[in-house]
Structures are given as C-alpha cells and as structure tokens.
Design a protein around this ligand. Structure first.
Ligand SMILES: Cc1cc2nc3c(=O)[nH]c(=O)nc-3n(C[C@H](O)[C@H](O)[C@H](O)COP(=O)(O)OP(=O)(O)OC[C@H]3O[C@@H](n4cnc5c(N)ncnc54)[C@H](O)[C@@H]3O)c2cc1C
Length: 385
C-alpha cells in the first residue's frame, strides 16, 4: 500500500532496504549461529547517518522523528531482528537524555550518539523487577559531588558493547516508584562491570548482559532530570520507543511472508505449485492482511507521537501489542506454508520465528501492554461520564 512517504522518507526507507539486502541478508545466519555482535553493520548504519536520524540537528543529528526511525527499524527487521534490536535499543537508551537530559548532557552525549561513535543501552530490568519495573533495587546514594551505585541490572540489550548506559536506580527506597532516579553511566567507570553474554533462543546477534554496579561512583551531573523522576523518565522513554518494537514486528513478518510466498510458488506437489491450493492462498491472504493492518497502525502511531501529542501510552502500547502478535502468528504460519523446509536452517523463517518471540516480551510483555491500554481506557471512560 502507498503510505505517501515524503521524498526524504522514501530515500531513508530505500537506503535501509539496500543496507539490509547488501549487508544483513548475507551474514544473518552466521551472526545467529555464532552469536556475533553486528559491529560491521552498525558501522554501515553510522556511515549512513542512521544513528542520528531522530536526534535534533543542533546535536549533530538529522532532526527527523520516530516515524523515520521506524522505517529504518522495519527494513532492518525484514532481514534480521538481532541486527534491528541492536540498532533500536540504541534509541531506547538515548531517549532518556533526549527527553529529559539537561542542555549540558545533550551537548556532551548526543553528538557521539548521533554519529554512531558510541553505542547506548537502557538499564531498567532487574532479577526482581521485570514487569513490576517499580521493584528496582539498585541504589544510588548521594555522597558529596557524586552518587554511589550498587546493584545488578539483568538482560540489558547492548550490555558490554555500548559505551553509554542510561540506568534507573533508587535514590530513596522509602518512596517506592517516586524514589527512583535516572542516571548516565559510562563504560569504564570503576565499579561498573558486565555479566556473561546470555545464550538466547533468538535475536542471537544482539548482545544481552548484566550490568553490575559495585560502589560505582558517578558525578552528580549524570543525574537525568531530578531525583524521584526515574520512573517517569523510564515510562515516557518506553512510550516513545514501543512503536519501534511494533516496526520490528512489521518488518520480521514481512520478511517471513516474502520467504513463504516465494517458496509456495516454486514448490510443486500433486503436479502443481502449492500456492495454487486455496488452503495456502488463504494463509498467505491472512498474513498479508495482518501485516498491512500492523503497518498502518505502527505508521499512524509513530506520526501521532511525532506530532508532539502528550499522552501516547495507549496508542504506543496498541502498536506494539498488535504488530508483535502479528509477527508471532505470521512467522509461525510462514513455516507452515513451507512445510518441512520452513523448519530447516537452510531457510530463514525458522530464525524469524525464534527471533519474533522476543517482541512479545521485551519493552513490556504483551500482557503488560494490555494492562496499559486497559488503564487508559478506564480513565477515558471516567472522563466521558
Ligand atoms: C532478550 C532480552 C532483551 C532485553 N533487553 C532489555 C533492555 O535492554 N533493558 C531493560 O531494561 N530490559 C530488557 N529486557 C527485559 C524485559 O523488558 C523483561 O524481560 C520484560 O519486561 C518482562 O519481565 P520478566 O521477564 O521479568 O517477566 P515477568 O515480569 O516475570 O513476567 C512473567 C509473566 O507474567 C506476566 N505478568 C507479570 N505481571 C503481570 C501483570 N500485572 N498482569 C498480567 N500479566 C503479568 C508477564 O506478562 C509474563 O507472561 C530484555 C529481556 C530480554 C529477554
């Protein structure tokens, strides 16, 4: 379908597709097999200015929005979700600085992020704080001109590879979620180390590690916004970035659909291509319809968020929920369309199915997305009465 992209947006999408075709497709199986971090592809994305896409021009970026970012994420995801997760998690880690950082922090960090010189990661989750993000136990105690961080973050994308970390820690445990604060921590700070790389079902090219803080001292200037704002910084960050996860869903579903449709045209059974069977056509028809619906929702929500709308939790949760459920269904169905071949590693769809599962889990599980939508609906219903 034509989404009437501007000339710039079409150029961005085309370039992202070209990079995916030339640099991602040839190596995706190997990156997956070897669990190799896609540094070469990140360098290509940096050369294409894609790390600065959504960062204002005054800080070295291209001054575009989350919509353009979603276009790039979608195209990369069509090739490899491990690669697109690495790229998208960079934006996730950057949003706290972009949305709530001081002018000094923006000047100090955003140019290096925009150029792709330094990768970023976002550290919220802990062993006891998953869906219940307010259960963070990592502490940040003020001490003179510094904060002292202690605790462990779990399953952090780009952990160990990134240079800059935006981290949520408790400055006042007695206040619950209102006692959380957001910080910038740089790799190499004494007392900051990493756990082992996690061995995962999918998105194996992306690196997932623990962040370990042991009496890690950071300057007070690294506090983002004010003490007590950490939970709000985290939630507003996730509101912004969740359409990116939706775009990942659209991209991986599109990739799986193309592989399955192409195969069904070639594969002969009972003297005819399997695509001639109505059972297969109906599966492909459902897949194509679901993908288009997901894309339309993700694009509209990304544009809505870029329009500086203030309350976007419901819409971004809807985009993430719908598109990632579509991704799971479509990647499973793509294997069915391809029969036994779909199950084999020579074809890309088994990887796509393994990869797609994470989309229903990270940045808030799809149960949590439904909770968010439900909570906003209750508020909206109350207002209208
Ligand atoms: C590969 C990977 C990468 C990740 N990257 C990052 C990252 O970069 N930064 C970061 O901070 N975190 C990251 N995470 C963490 C991720 O966001 C959490 O795993 C996710 O939020 C779910 O938390 P949990 O795994 O502890 O599940 P749990 O919270 O233990 O949930 C278990 C089950 O209970 C359900 N559940 C829990 N509470 C409710 C409720 N109130 N209502 C209904 N159902 C509920 C969940 O939906 C789920 O099905 C990553 C995780 C993975 C696996």
């Amino acid at each position: 379908m034509d989404y009437f992209l501007t000339e710039d947006q079409q150029m961005i999408k085309d370039l992202a597709r070209e990079i995916t075709e030339e640099k991602v497709l040839p190596v995706r199986a190997e990156l997956d097999e070897k669990e190799e971090f896609p540094w070469e592809i990140m360098k290509t994305l940096a050369q294409s200015d894609f790390f600065g896409l959504y960062i204002p021009e005054e800080y070295g970026g291209m001054g575009k929005g989350g919509f353009e970012l979603s276009l790039v994420i979608e195209e990369l995801s069509r090739g490899c979700l491990g690669v697109s997760t690495t790229y998208a998690a960079n934006a996730l880690g950057t949003y706290p600085v972009l949305l709530y950082g001081s002018e000094e922090q923006k000047k100090k960090y955003l140019p290096d992020i925009a150029s792709g010189k330094r990768l970023v990661a976002f550290g919220l989750t802990e062993a006891n704080a998953g869906s219940d993000a307010a259960g963070v136990r990592t502490t940040a105690k003020p001490d003179g001109s510094e904060y002292v961080l202690n605790g462990t973050k779990q399953w952090i994308t780009n952990g160990g590879e990134a240079e800059i970390y935006t981290v949520i820690a408790m400055t006042d445990k007695s206040k619950g979620a209102r006692g959380a604060s957001a910080f910038i921590v740089e790799k190499g700070t004494p007392g900051f180390s990493f756990g082992k790389k996690e061995n995962k079902l999918g998105i194996r090219a992306s690196a997932t590690r623990e962040l370990v803080f042991e009496n890690c001292r950071i300057p007070k200037e690294n506090l983002i916004s004010k003490e007590g704002m950490g939970f709000i910084v985290a939630m507003k960050t996730l509101d912004k970035s969740r359409t990116g996860v939706g775009a990942q869903g659209v991209g991986v579903a599109q990739g799986a659909f193309e592989a399955a449709a192409g195969y069904a045209k070639e594969r002969q059974q009972f003297g005819q291509p399997v695509i001639s069977f109505q059972a297969i056509q109906h599966m492909l028809a459902d897949m194509a319809t679901q993908i288009e619906a997901a894309r339309a929702l993700v694009y509209s929500v990304a544009k809505y968020i870029d329009s500086a709308a203030k309350e976007v939790s419901k819409e971004s949760a809807m985009a993430k929920l719908f598109a990632t459920d579509v991704a799971m269904k479509v990647t499973v169905d793509a294997i069915q369309v391809m029969g036994g071949s779909g199950y084999m590693r020579e074809y890309p769809v088994e990887k796509m199915m393994r990869d797609a599962k994470i989309l229903q889990i990270y940045e808030g599980t799809n149960q949590i997305q439904r909770n968010i939508i439900g909570q906003v609906l209750i508020k909206e219903t109350a207002k209208k009465r």
